[in-house]
Design a binder for this molecule. Structure first.
Ligand SMILES: NC(=O)c1ccc[n+]([C@@H]2O[C@H](COP(=O)([O-])OP(=O)(O)OC[C@H]3O[C@@H](n4cnc5c(N)ncnc54)[C@H](O)[C@@H]3O)[C@@H](O)[C@H]2O)c1
Length: 266
């Protein structure tokens, strides 16, 4: 166990994983706990987040779980109140929840557009809305919002609702970073690239079926300058740096975690 987050309380949203293996939120929760944080792990899927809690507790860490749909205002408020009841403070808000959608404006229904924006973007507005007053009282905090390189680059197919909502996260985070800079509350965005997580495997299976999955994973590996997709721990270690005091003079940035992908011409 390390102590980079000793005495800190961290809310992690989407702290479960939609399938077997390590999602970004699950790995980040476990890493935060390994570094001494008390983790308030939130997910719409209670069974998934309980798996994360079990891992943390087996390693001797501290983790409480809460079932919340982060796109719903009343549920987010109740989640933040519960974290304060349990731990008395909130030092880190790690907004990890995100869902993917495929298609351009013609193929995307209004419902899909609204749902993607509610889950990917409005959720972060809501968690910040209810967490910031506590961070202000405590005179400090770190907010980490998970966007995607899809917000700044075209991946070769259209996923308009996803990329627009992920781009919105960068605007929201920049605004919070500047509004709260004097109050010692930092807000930063992480842009993961092609990461091999259960979310990606599930989306690929939905789009291409089981048969082609190995082939498509190999193609995605080949697209990366390092010839391999990243994994959930790459995102988790970036989040740890932004969460802890080592990054105390860093706010408003967009940290790309993609093995050099966005530097390529194509
Ligand atoms: N994996 C990648 O390649 C990649 C690339 C870029 C960005 N990202 C971003 O990383 C983030 C997490 O990805 P992951 O791989 O850990 O995903 P994941 O799907 O494995 O985990 C996300 C968790 O969020 C939960 N969730 C979904 N909707 C929710 C809601 N409304 N309220 C509360 N919880 C909800 C799910 O139940 C799941 O447990 C997402 O924001 C995603 O867009 C991933």
């Amino acid at each position: 166990m390390g102590d980079r987050l000793k005495n800190k309380v961290a809310i992690v949203t989407g702290a479960g994983s939609i399938g077997p293996g390590w999602g970004n939120g699950k790995a980040t929760s476990v890493l935060f706990a390994r570094e001494g944080a008390k983790v308030f792990a939130v997910d719409i899927n209670l069974a998934a987040v309980k798996e994360t809690q079990e891992i943390i507790q087996q390693e001797g860490g501290d983790c409480s779980v809460h079932k919340t749909d982060v796109s719903k205002s009343d549920e987010v408020k109740a989640m933040v109140d519960r974290c304060i009841d349990v731990y008395g403070r909130i030092d880190i808000l790690h907004n990890n929840v995100g869902i993917t959608t495929l298609g351009g404006p013609v193929e995307t229904s209004e419902e899909t557009w609204d749902h993607a924006h509610a889950v990917n973007l409005k959720s972060m507005f809501l968690t910040c809305k209810y967490v910031l007053p506590y961070m202000e009282q405590q005179t400090g905090g770190s907010i980490i919002n998970i966007s995607s390189v899809g917000a700044i680059r075209y991946p070769g197919f259209s996923y308009a609702a996803y990329s627009a909502s992920k781009a919105g996260i960068m605007g929201l985070t920049k605004d919070i970073a500047l509004q709260y800079a004097e109050k010692n509350i930092r807000a930063n965005t992480i842009l993961p690239g092609l990461m091999n997580t259960p979310l990606v495997t599930a989306s690929l299976k939905k789009a291409y079926g089981d048969a082609d999955i190995e082939k498509i994973i190999a193609q995605r590996d080949a697209q990366c300058p390092m010839k391999k997709m990243g994994d959930a721990w790459d995102v988790a270690y970036a989040a740890l740096f932004l969460a802890c005091d080592e990054s105390k003079y860093i706010t408003g940035i967009q940290l790309v975690v993609d093995g050099g992908l966005v530097c390529k011409f194509s």
